[in-house]
Design a protein around this ligand. Sequence first.
Ligand code: SAH
Length: 204
Amino acid sequence: MMDPAEVALYERLRRGGVSERTLRAMAAAPRVLFAPAGAEDRAWADEPLALPAGQTVSQPYVVGRMCDLLRLDGDERVLDVGTGSGWHAAVLARLAAHVWSIERHARLSALAERHLRDAGIDNVTLVVGDGAAGLPARAPFDAINVAAACRHRVPPALLEQLADGGRLVAPVDGHLWQIARHGDRLRRTRQEGVRFVPLVSDAG
Ligand code: SAH
């Protein structure tokens, strides 16, 4: 039996337009397993949760929207920037073939590793480093998810590592942007307003 609060959360996201496939992926990576100790009772609220190091577990509606914007079919190789608790990466992992997720705080990456193990998710590779540089050794990626706020532009390295036909989603200056690559051309579409903790990078 699912917690009624969990059912209510998915119903709220469904009304907001999140797809059934993404809702099933969320149910298969329950957010309560990624909630910080002591915050389990707020896991089913549609709001961010505080993590160590001043970071947050993202809001469920925003995670749902971002997953839908990546249009994943199940066979994609995905790059996720900003692992945090690992929850967003876990939902992506239920929607795609493999996820590489980068986090700059080693302590958060270690926490995420524990959460992913508890959730029984084995198709996420965690990397500690600067996600603004992407992961050139594993590129190109069919989908790239940026879970930290970019200032003015998406880091160019990430756009370079996006496969032909691939999609990227990122918060830039307060809005979500969906960027699709068609050969050398990028098609950018602005989506709803969102708030994220900043992407912190030395890569410029
Ligand atoms: N996706 C997470 C929430 C992300 S919060 C979840 O589901 O819980 C944003 C995360 O991005 C934070 O953990 C922060 O430490 C990380 N971050 C910020 N700048 C980064 C960078 N340049 N490279 C990798 N991670 C970064």
